[in-house]
Write a protein that binds this ligand. Structure first.
Ligand code: ZN
Ligand code: ZN
Length: 209
């Protein structure tokens, strides 16, 4: 069952306190307009409406009113206003419906990729490829240039050009050499050669029925 957005911050609500829309925005770490959407969606009952000295309308809630609101059961009739708020904001407010979860996962993945690309700069890629070409397995080369092997393989899985460069550099790892018949065989892979030629040979062998 889904919780009311305030349910996760009840320990920060003082029952004797007084809260404006701004205060609620701070509690939930969302914008003021998001709080107004919750208000419009009848998810913040018990507020008092006052006309501010300048003429605008100001809302205020007692801490008790907010604690009562926090206990509202969310269901199909009382749900977060999906027509007003972005899926990411809704996810932050606790919605775990399919659409909001998908939006969150997409953003998460984009951020991880961005981070991976930022860490694996062009400069570091060159150093890494040179290290592999000089005979270090990719995982060791990654450590030598200060990135994780997982990150290197992650970038290679999305960047075909980089993957090809990595494979090309990996030929140097074939113990007997690219031109030598002892390499580029599954048997050489079994003997421990991790060069590109032997890795390809093993992959081919595994593919055959
Ligand atoms: Zn949702
Ligand atoms: Zn080999």
């Amino acid at each position: 069952m889904q919780l009311h957005p305030l349910a996760t911050v009840v320990d920060r609500i003082d029952p004797r306190g007084s809260y404006t829309t701004r205060d609620i925005a701070d509690l939930l770490r969302v914008s003021d307009s998001t709080v107004h959407s919750l208000l419009g969606g009848h998810l913040l009952p018990g507020g008092r409406r006052r006309t501010a000295p300048g003429g605008g309308v100001r809302w205020a809630w007692t801490g008790r009113a907010l604690l009562r609101a926090a206990q509202l059961r969310m269901d199909t009739r009382r749900r977060l206003p999906h027509q007003d708020l972005s899926p990411l904001t809704l996810w932050r407010l606790g919605c775990r419906c399919e659409r909001c979860t998908a939006a969150h996962n997409d953003r998460d993945r984009d951020r991880r990729r961005q981070l991976a690309d930022t860490v694996l700069t062009e400069d570091i890629r060159r150093q890494l490829l040179a290290t592999v070409a000089a005979g270090a397995p990719a995982s060791e080369a990654a450590a030598a240039v200060g990135v994780s092997a997982q990150r290197v393989y992650g970038v290679a899985s999305r960047d075909q050009e980089f993957a090809a460069e990595l494979a090309e550099a990996g030929w140097s790892l074939c113990a007997a050499g690219r031109a030598d018949a002892r390499c580029s065989t599954p048997a050489a892979y079994r003997d421990g050669c991790r060069g590109t030629g032997c890795r390809l040979a093993r992959r081919e062998a595994n593919r055959r029925p």
